[in-house]
Write a protein that binds this ligand. Structure first.
Ligand code: DMJ
Length: 725
């Protein structure tokens, strides 16, 4: 069945999508050359106030509810009364109170009664109807934000207040949500958003922002909006508002030019933050000024797609060079410490994990390989090396039920394994499956001559890790996962490589069913394996597990992943709805019923979590995995050919049989380790920085870019928001 956009657009102007013709681009669609001049003095004294947007730090911020002033508490009490009325209405107990529920068109309770008939004939789930429920949840959340905090960058759905991160706002929530609106065919919301972008959005603001978060959310959001509107004209929420077709790319180019200031460092590794007006990079205030590894290495998909769209190679070159600096450090088994000094391009400490600050480095290895249609084997080689390293050093098993754990090595590979998983790690099951088949189904991939026993093992690993992530949800009182999970581990730990595919431990097949234990114990399987500490028990409505469910469904075709996704969605609807049903909020504990609300809605709730639910329940030919790559904020970009203009501007250094750099072996053996907690000035580090390799290009290449751009189309908070990721 071919994909049909969701029925019932919020409104429609017609089938054609027109351009106003206003553009800063020339006839070929390219921006005029030239990146704004960047300023040196990267460690200068230009720090203004506190820096926002540090990835995944801290994990916890105070619940909004405890600090609520009396007049807002009154509103909560009123909300409780309304909710009681709403529930009564739902169950038909106190129908005389039904007049109390006659509020917004977009409240959860009103919508629910009429259409939560989610099974079609014969008890088969009605997936279209379930996708519609997700769309409805998006509309509720977005309408709430529109009504109370339009243009703000953070939103508190209980207090009904918002806040800007920079004086004029960055469109943090609006821009991040654009492509979800498009996929859901929400034209009214999209037109409102486009008007705001056109009238209000300027990046020339004298304020610091996170290089990474601004790249993945804002640059990524603009680029995917451009992709969906330009490559699928008339399909995804077509609008006819007279605004330029090029608005998204114009904004993206201006933003990217400013972000590139962060890359003006001795090594080319970007600093953690950048001032959007001065375009000066600013080192992290913590961690001895080091950048997070994941942050420095998760801007490449965005910059490369922008380079492809505009024909401007500097975006490509600057982002690509970071990969060379990282790889030249020659970290054993492709596993990187989670901090890197931007001046030296050397790692800080030896804390290794695929959770916060480490995660999307690995994700972007395989996605860079797929983005350029498998024409850059260097990234596949790096991904394969990392996968082997993960299996060798990080995969262990829980007891008593043998869940597969993707653990951490907080003190380096030679020291103890820590059986801890951030929820963030749960992007990995889906990413492993994607890497294993390239995006086609397992059934198709198995028919290809290149399919090996190792591919089969990787799919099994993805399936086991998927079960581990899903059990993070099934073992809690709310059915939602905590931010961090620890595990009881075998003692001594048993590792992936202690086994073969025939005898490797597996968690129970039906692990989420209640076992009939002696004494009537009906706790979920996994209860004895999983440990959620009270300080880690919050849920920020993160996307990683539903993201993996989406990939696992598309790639394996196993309906259980859709079923699990539906249960997860129901838990979100039940436990993260604000009391009057007008929005959704992060919660403080997944093990308290009802869970206390944190009174915050992260932009990734709209950009990622609801988008992945929607895609999971929608037909598979909406954005086929073989045509697109999703950035780490769930923004889809097309896969494209390198063409004449672009190439991999670097090569991996030669390694010996043990994987060590051939020419560098001597140097490494004599070099002391970089110790965590020591700044660059106190530490002897391995200096591997080299002159930047810049891919050459000629003007003649531009013509090719025009073709390949079209090919792409054819083939293809304020502080708290930042603190959350
Ligand atoms: C998002 O901003 C991105 O997915 C990022 O890679 C990790 N953190 C959040 C979602 O949890």
């Amino acid at each position: 069945m071919a994909y049909a956009p969701p029925s019932g657009p919020t409104h429609r102007h017609g089938d054609s999508w027109q351009s106003s013709g206003q553009s800063r681009f020339n006839a070929n669609g390219y921006a005029p050359a030239g990146v704004s001049e960047k300023i040196g003095d990267i460690f200068g004294s230009d720090r203004k106030g506190s820096l926002p947007m540090y990835k995944d730090k801290p994990y916890q911020y105070p619940s909004g509810r405890r600090k609520m002033p009396w007049f807002r508490r009154k509103r909560v009490i009123a909300s409780i009364l309304l909710s009681v009325a709403g529930l009564s209405w739902w169950f038909g107990i106190l129908s005389p109170l039904s007049f109390l529920t006659g509020g917004s068109e977009t409240t959860v309770s009103k919508k629910s009664k009429s259409s939560w008939n989610l099974f079609g004939s014969g008890g088969v789930p009605d997936w279209d109807n379930r996708a519609e429920k997700v769309r409805e949840a998006f509309r509720v959340s977005f309408a709430d934000y529109e009504k109370h905090a339009w243009g703000d960058d953070e939103y508190h759905p209980v207090a009904k207040t918002g806040k800007k991160m920079v004086p004029n706002g960055l469109g943090w929530i609006i821009v991040d949500a654009l492509d979800t609106m498009m996929l859901m065919n929400l034209t009214t919301e999209l037109e409102h958003s486009r008007q705001w972008i056109h009238n209000n959005l300027t990046y020339d603001q004298d304020h610091d922002v996170s290089t990474f978060e601004t790249t993945i959310r804002m640059l990524g959001g603009l680029l995917s909006a451009h992709y969906l509107s330009s490559s699928f004209p008339g399909v995804y929420a077509p609008v006819n508002d007279g605004l330029s077709d090029d608005m998204y790319v114009e904004k993206a180019t201006d933003l990217a030019d400013r972000l590139l200031g962060a890359f003006d460092t001795q090594s080319g590794v970007p600093l953690a933050s950048v001032n959007l007006h001065t375009m000066k990079g600013i080192p992290s205030h913590a961690d001895a000024g080091a950048s997070s590894t994941a942050e420095a290495t998760s801007v490449q998909l965005e910059m490369k797609y922008l380079a492809k769209l505009t024909g401007e190679t500097q975006y490509w070159d600057r982002a690509e060079h970071v990969m060379k600096v990282v790889d030249d450090n020659d970290m054993p088994d492709g596993l990187l410490p989670i901090f890197i000094y931007a001046d030296q391009g050397a790692f800080r400490g030896n804390n290794i994990r695929l959770g916060s600050r480490g995660d999307s480095y690995y994700e972007y290895l395989i996605k860079q390989y797929l983005q350029t249609s498998q024409q850059e084997p260097v990234y596949n080689s790096m991904w394969n090396e990392s996968m082997a390293g993960i299996k060798k050093h990080l995969i262990t098993y829980s007891r008593p039920s043998n869940f597969t754990i993707l653990a951490e090595r907080p003190n380096g590979l030679d020291n103890a394994i820590s059986p801890k998983m951030d929820h963030l790690v749960c992007f990995m099951p889906g990413t492993i499956a994607l890497a294993t088949t390239g995006g086609v189904s397992v059934a198709q991939a198995r028919k290809q001559g290149s399919w090996t026993a190792e591919h089969e093992e990787n799919i099994q690993l993805a399936e086991e890790l998927m079960k581990t992530c899903w059990a993070m949800y099934t073992i809690t009182s709310t059915g939602l996962a905590g931010e961090i999970t620890y595990f009881n581990m075998h003692d001594p730990p048993v590792m992936y490589e202690d086994f073969t595919s025939d005898n490797r431990p597996k968690s129970p097949r039906n692990f989420d069913r209640l076992p009939n234990l002696p004494g009537g114990d009906s706790r979920p399987i996994g209860t004895d394996d999983y440990i959620i500490k009270p300080n880690d028990a919050h849920n920020l409505q993160r996307p990683e597990t539903v993201e993996s469910l989406f990939y696992m469904w598309r790639i394996t075709g196993d309906t259980k992943y859709r079923d699990w996704g539906w249960k997860m969605f129901e838990a979100f609807m039940k436990h993260t709805a604000v009391l009057d049903g007008s929005g959704y909020s992060s919660i403080s504990s997944v093990n308290i019923l009802p869970p206390p609300l944190k009174d915050n809605m992260e932009s990734f709730w709209l950009a990622e979590t609801l988008k992945y639910f929607f895609l999971l329940f929608s037909p598979n030919d909406m954005l086929p995995l073989t045509d697109v790559v999703f950035n780490t904020e769930a923004h889809p970009f097309p896969r494209f050919q390198l063409g004449k203009l672009f190439k991999t501007g670097w090569e991996r250094k030669a390694r010996d049989a043990e994987g060590k750099l051939v020419q560098e072996t001597q140097k490494h053996e004599g070099a002391p380790a970089v110790l965590d907690g020591m700044g660059p000035q106190k530490t002897e580090t391995i200096h591997l920085t080299e002159t930047r390799a810049v891919a050459t290009s000629t003007l003649a290449d531009v013509e090719t870019t025009a073709t390949t751009t079209a090919e792409g189309a054819d083939t293809a908070s304020a502080q708290s928001t930042m603190l959350a990721t």
